[in-house]
Design a protein around this ligand. Structure first.
Ligand code: MGD
Ligand code: MGD
Ligand code: SF4
Ligand code: MO
Length: 699
């Protein structure tokens, strides 16, 4: 990932003969094909460069751009199959607007025209606004696509409408954002991955790049000169490949962080000058560290004291990068965990110098957020959390319509049984926009076809690398499908909203953003190279040691957190272990799925096989279970039957079953979220899905 710009020539649609074998897909690009350079806009760290071979207006193949610094000619296993499979399958894609004719959930529809669909929405919403107010319309969305316009344009529309937003990040990573905001004043100003060249150590904490950032796993980490430490409750492939793996019990990471800080302070590795001049609260924190010895942490976290000593010594010496995963904070005290882990760079001085810093997510493209969001269009009502969505949808006085786009709540949200029951409400006017007929779509009154990223122009800003890329239209949208933003422009017209912000064209917006960013002059130039770095040289995180907190310093002690009802300082907490007979259930990213996308791809379905749960050999043995046995996972929210895999990649007391399966393709018409009670994390009303506990018994 070192070389971003060197040697990249400007390329345009060309002709070449290339054969590439990726996963189990083989492509042959013929001389008559036109190739289009574009970018994967999914919710993924990698933001791969893509080459699309097009012949006679149809896509022949979608593969990695060999010249792209991240993808290097290779897409991940899921996209190399899915983008050549279900994404191009006109039978699987939605091709026309649909109106429900069957019962809710049944998935029977008839085609209607876009004009009819828009008129129906405008008329239903007009009545709701008159009778109840626009806040009874719920806007649920997330990151189906992360390309800038397709992601952001809807927010302009819903702001004008006055709808209630379901806080998108609350289903994913909100607790972490809130925690890092308290301490550093920003959660999206991460390290520049290119600075790995100056790092003696990369610590990956609660992220699993082998699934969620495949190219970071394949290339970036192995090529980094420093040692790699992974702290993950599961021995993931990234943990297996690391120099050192610490395997704490889920939810015990704050205690582990405190023990590492104990070693760092004890061994003279604390950066007292930085703490004195640029942080608040070190004097309050240091006494808390005294009793948090590695010997104290060993039984609390399950990590041997000697490994804590080693990890703290290597990380503390530095320079070190700390990658803080999103999986880490999906715990009931996930906000506290994030604050505790985020102490490491501040206390050890692994900040503001080459090869040092931390990363949660990067959002470094300089575009005018106010211009993009257009706050002048109206003050939206108080958002609600995805954790409260099922309850809100149960209440007909507070929810009369639901508009879901860029998200498949039936598969990804908590309280699955309760949510589906609420979606069955005849009086809940439901509109779903997607590429496919998802489970959520089956409950829609109107189901609208979205164009895929291969079918329109946009911009993509990686949330890992400091880069900007072009999403370039390769072919016309399938059938009558439309990009999200065009759907919102048509809705604005149907609602009689005339504000120019709601009718801005894609090209106008792309040009404005490129001008604001100052990164490159024109979309043509960007499209020709695919991806450009935001800066020529690796950027040093927080180089000026200025922080956007109230004090302008790193707030180890946070008055803002205290005002929100949290402890002033991060605490050396750890969750109680599950009660006897229960296991902690982790349901993180699958390497074969993108959240719940691709679960309808034929080849991928074959690859992932039947749904399974991985148990530690001791937990399997104590229940008399062996490989392949069927078990029932249960708790107060629901039950799920799964096939057992026995492996010590999970610690004793932990069960692993990845997320993302489609309910309607499962025998039980449920997925792992049927077990998720939607309990909130301590910060940001955010998900604590990795805190779910279950009993496991033979079927
Ligand atoms: N048990 C469990 N549940 C989880 C998680 C977990 O770890 N465990 N993780 C949570 C997390 S981190 C997240 S982010 C959520 C994600 O959950 P979702 O947001 O539901 O997942 P995605 O598959 O990314 O995207 C949703 C839908 O967007 C559609 N889509 C793609 N492109 C477009 C487009 O251009 N326009 C429109 N309108 N639709 C498009 C896709 O086809 C897909 O159906 O799930 C959460 N749920
Ligand atoms: N293939 C694929 N890639 C994806 C996604 C996908 O679904 N599939 N989803 C995308 C999205 S929306 C997101 S948010 C990111 C998420 O990407 P990640 O940040 O990698 O998050 P997760 O996959 O949820 O979990 C990462 C790891 O956290 C570990 N973990 C869980 N609880 C704890 C704990 O308490 N302590 C410690 N130390 N470890 C813990 C899990 O074992 C898991 O290996 O990935 C993105 N990329
Ligand atoms: S999902 Fe990630 S790894 Fe896969 S093609 Fe897209 S950017 Fe690359
Ligand atoms: Mo996510």
């Amino acid at each position: 990932m070192e070389d971003w710009s060197g040697g990249r020539s400007l390329r345009r649609a060309g002709s070449e003969v290339i054969t590439a074998a990726v996963a189990d897909v083989c492509f042959t690009v013929s001389v008559t094909d036109q190739t289009v350079l574009t970018t994967c806009p999914r919710d993924c760290y990698d933001a791969c460069g893509i080459l699309v071979a097009v012949r006679d207006g149809a896509i022949r193949s979608v593969r990695g751009d060999p010249d792209h610094p991240v993808s290097r000619g290779k897409l991940c296993r899921k996209c190399s199959i899915g983008y050549n499979g279900v994404y191009l399958d006109a039978e699987a894609r939605l091709t026309t607007p649909l109106r429900r004719v069957g019962a809710k959930g049944e998935g029977r529809f008839e085609p209607v025209s876009w004009d009819e669909a828009m008129a129906e929405i405008a008329s239903r919403w007009g009545a709701i606004i008159d009778e109840t107010g626009p806040d009874a319309i719920l806007n649920a969305h997330y990151t189906g696509t992360c390309s800038v316009i397709a992601f952001a344009f809807g927010s302009r529309f819903f702001r004008r409408l006055g709808a209630t937003e379901v806080d998108p990040d609350s289903v994913c990573n909100k607790a972490g954002h809130v925690a890092l905001d308290y301490m550093y004043g920003s959660s999206v100003t991460g390290f520049d991955p290119r600075s790995a060249r100056d790092a003696e150590c990369i610590l990956v904490w609660g992220a699993n790049p082998s699934a969620s950032a495949p190219h970071a796993h394949d290339d970036w980490l192995p090529e980094a000169p420093g040692s790699v430490i992974v702290i993950d409750s599961i021995r993931t492939p990234t943990a297996q490949q690391a120099d050192l793996h610490l395997q704490p019990f889920p939810g015990s990471d704050a205690a582990l962080a405190f023990a590492m800080l104990h070693v760092i302070a004890r061994d003279g590795l604390a950066d007292r000058e930085l703490l004195e001049r640029h942080a608040t609260g070190w004097d309050e924190l240091e006494p808390l560290l005294e009793t948090c010895t590695p010997e104290w942490a060993e039984p609390v976290t399950g990590v041997p004291a000697r490994l804590i000593e080693r990890a703290a010594a290597i990380y503390g010496r530095g320079p070190s990068l700390l990658w803080i995963g999103q999986g880490l904070q999906r715990q009931s005290t996930g906000g506290n965990v994030m604050r505790a882990v985020a102490l490491l760079p501040a206390v050890s001085g692994n900040l503001a110098k080459p090869g040092a810093g931390f990363l949660y997510l990067n959002d470094r493209l300089e575009i005018d957020e106010d211009w993009l969001a257009a706050p002048q269009l109206g003050d939206p009502p108080q958002p609600i959390s995805h954790m409260d969505l099922a309850a809100r949808l149960e209440d007909p006085t507070r929810s009369r319509s639901l508009f879901c786009w860029n998200i498949n709540i039936a598969a990804s949200n908590p309280e699955q049984t309760r949510l589906l029951a609420a979606l069955r409400r005849e009086d809940l006017f439901t509109v779903v926009v997607d590429l496919f007929a998802t489970d959520t779509g089956d409950y829609a009154d109107l189901l609208l076809p979205a164009a895929s990223f291969l079918e329109f122009d946009d911009l993509v800003a990686s949330y890992f690398d400091l880069s900007l890329s072009a999403q370039v239209k390769a072919v016309d949208p399938v059938g009558e499908a439309l990009p999200n933003q065009e759907i919102f422009r048509r809705l604005a017209t149907a609602m009689g909203f005339t504000e120019p912000e709601l009718h801005a064209g894609d090209r106008e917006m792309i040009d404005a953003m490129l001008a604001q960013s100052g990164v490159i002059e024109s979309f043509e130039q960007l499209a020709a190279v695919g991806t450009v770095p935001l800066a020529a040289e690796p950027v040093v995180q927080f180089a000026d040691l200025a922080f956007e907190t109230a004090s302008g310093r790193i707030e180890i002690a946070s008055a803002a957190a205290e005002a929100d009802g949290h402890p002033r300082l991060p605490q050396p907490w750890s969750d109680p272990r599950p009660a006897a007979g229960r296991l902690r259930l982790l349901s993180p990213a699958s390497p074969w799925l993108m959240n719940d996308s691709f679960a309808n791809d034929r080849k991928i379905t074959k690859r992932i096989g039947r749904p399974s749960v991985t148990l530690h050999p001791a937990d399997a043995a104590s229940r008399g279970l062996g490989e392949g046995d069927m078990v029932r996972l249960s708790n107060a929210s629901g039950t799920l039957e799964l096939a057992v895999t026995v492996s010590d990649i999970v610690p004793r007391g932990v069960a692993y079953s990845p997320k993302g399966r489609w309910l309607k393709r499962e025998q039980q018409r449920a997925n792992v979220n049927v077990l998720n009670d939607g309990r909130k994390a301590d910060f940001g009303a955010s998900t604590s899905v990795h805190g779910v506990e279950v009993t496991v018994e033979r079927v």
